[in-house]
Design a protein around this ligand. Structure first.
Ligand code: ATP
Length: 309
């Protein structure tokens, strides 16, 4: 089955001559959540804006649901919903009207049942008669999502959906996004919160300097790139790592109450057995041991650093 979003060698050079996208190619499958990660200025918003018809690309091609975003822009635009980074709402308008109005902008007739379903899905039904200026920041963001959904798009672009939102609300938002995926919407989100990508994405694309560094299944990426850390809690703290253990590159933490050992799961052996034997030989008793997989954040930082090198 063809991907719902197909991007081929898309470029964007802004008027001043700055190239924000240097030839991006990407295929997004129907029904997936793709997280687009990248540092500030990487080109995430430019890419999304180009796909949503807000910015005109300088070169390359893209199709949404098979419709070329340049030649067939109207059909392509109907298939996408965009939740912009900045919250811009008519302050005195009631929630329900602002959502209805957005549907009208796409030339679609009034559909109260649909608007009700969308508002309920976003837990905004009780607030439907509130003026948007009376809402909390998290609610305003949900109104933006409702506006983006009310013309029944198949692809939803969320540009930093939880920027500046507190941890609890962020988790609520993740639930909302998962619910949208279950209802069949394909989701592309940009985020600076890597734990957000870790929690939600099926695949992760990393962009830096207008180039896609990789696109990969999140779980596979974490398995492939991930390193593990063994945390060793000692029965008695050590003031320094014993000389005999120097070859293990151990990190002493919490005033010597614990040691960290980083190892690569891709290698032949982890070295854990030898390390534990060496600890015993040194007379160090262990209180507890624990392993931890490196996070997507660590992988991301490594990738962007390598890409910039
Ligand atoms: N209208 C414009 N004119 C000129 N340069 C622009 C314009 N819009 C964006 N840029 C530049 O293009 C680059 C990419 O910007 P973009 O907003 O796409 O990045 P981003 O990855 O979304 O960043 P952030 O995470 O900070 O939102 C930046 O260097 C930015 O300054």
């Amino acid at each position: 089955m063809a991907a719902i979003v197909e991007v081929e060698n898309l470029t964007k050079t802004y008027k001043g001559g700055f190239t924000a996208l240097g030839g991006v190619s990407l295929a997004i499958e129907r029904g997936e959540i793709l997280a687009l990660l990248g540092p500030n200025g990487a080109g995430k918003t430019t890419l999304i804006s180009a796909l949503c018809g807000i910015t005109t690309p300088s070169g390359g091609q893209a199709r949404i649901g098979g419709h070329d975003i340049a030649r067939d822009w109207r059909k392509a635009r109907h298939l996408v919903g965009l939740v912009p980074q900045e919250v811009a709402l008519e302050p005195f308008e009631k929630v329900i009207n602002t959502v209805r109005f957005s549907r009208g902008l796409f030339g679609k007739g009034r559909d109260d049942a649909l608007v009700e379903r969308v508002l309920r899905q976003l837990s905004l039904w009780d607030k439907r008669h509130a003026r948007t200026r009376e809402l909390s920041g998290g609610m305003k963001r949900r109104v933006l999502i409702a506006k983006a959904l009310c013309h029944e798009p198949q692809v939803l672009f969320l540009d930093e959906p939880t920027a500046g939102v507190d941890v609890e609300l962020r988790r609520d938002m993740w639930e909302v996004v998962r619910g949208l995926k279950e209802s069949g919407v394909t989701i592309i989100l940009t985020t600076h919160y890597i734990e957000e990508a870790e929690a939600m994405a099926d695949r992760v694309a990393v962009i830096n300097g207008g180039e896609i560094l990789l696109v990969e299944d999140k779980a596979a990426l974490m398995r492939r790139m991930g390193r593990k850390t063994l945390r060793i809690d000692l029965a008695c703290p050590v003031t320094e790592v014993p000389e005999a253990l120097a070859g293990y590159d151990l990190e002493r933490i919490e005033d010597g109450a614990a040691l960290l050992y980083h190892y690569d799961t891709r290698g032949d052996g982890t070295g854990i057995t030898r390390l534990l034997q060496a600890l015993a030989r040194e007379g160090l008793s262990l209180r507890d041991i624990e392993t931890r997989q490196s996070s997507l954040e660590e992988i991301f930082v490594d990738l962007v650093r390598e890409g910039a090198a």
